[in-house]
Design a protein around this ligand. Structure first.
Ligand code: GAR
Length: 192
């Protein structure tokens, strides 16, 4: 069974959906570690409630000392060091709350993304899972889900996108664990 590490910086609702999907065996894998770069975030309580080991991650390079089958960045707001990205090529999945390549990269995280979406006046937004490469939000795109922006503000759109994120992340991790993801250059195919 695959071992997964999840990295968080906040409330961990995406982490929770992964924990639930693993517990009901929709995803046939085990989340063995949850790392946070911030102390006292709610996501750490979620992990502890389910008996998952938690770590306060100060030294990101220590990720290289362990062999995980997959690392998931679920609301993790730091850039990973080069050697971690190299060691885990196509084995780190990030979820981002916009349709990459819009509203992504340096400075675009959390509510800032949704505020920018509203301020720009785009009619469609959503979320993206992608493999992590060295540049922020630049790696091969695995899956995107979208919705129409209606009479929304940043808060309401954030809520709607978060629901899509939960589906998108579970589907992406499930496909990875089942060995159904193929990457050629930056084109990702998901097989049935
Ligand atoms: C999610 O919306 C995630 O996409 C975003 O942080 C939020 C974490 O929520 N990540 C980024 O903005 C990364 N650039 P959660 O802690 O409830 O899962």
């Amino acid at each position: 069974m695959m071992n997964i590490a999840v990295l968080i910086s906040g409330s961990g609702s995406n982490l929770q959906t992964l924990i639930d999907a693993c517990e009901r065996k929709e995803i046939d894998a085990k989340i063995v570690s949850v790392y946070s770069n911030k102390k006292n975030v709610y996501g750490l309580n979620r992990a502890e409630k389910h008996g998952i080991k938690t770590y306060h991650l100060e030294d990101l390079e220590s990720l290289c000392d362990t062999n995980y089958d997959l690392i998931v960045l679920a609301g993790f707001l730091k850039i990973l060091p080069k050697n971690v990205v190299e060691k885990y090529e196509h084995k780190i999945i990030n979820i981002h709350p916009s349709l990459i390549p819009s509203f992504c990269g340096k400075g675009y995280y959390g509510m800032k993304v949704h505020q920018a979406v509203i301020d720009y006046g785009v009619k469609v937004t959503g979320c993206t899972t992608h493999f992590v490469s060295e540049g922020a939000d630049e790696g091969p795109i695995i899956m995107q889900k979208w919705l129409q922006v209606e009479d929304d503000d940043a808060q309401s759109i954030q809520k709607k996108v978060l629901e899509l994120e939960h589906q998108c992340l579970v589907e992406s991790v499930k496909a990875f664990v089942e060995g159904r993801i193929e990457v050629k250059d930056r084109k990702v195919s998901i097989h049935e």
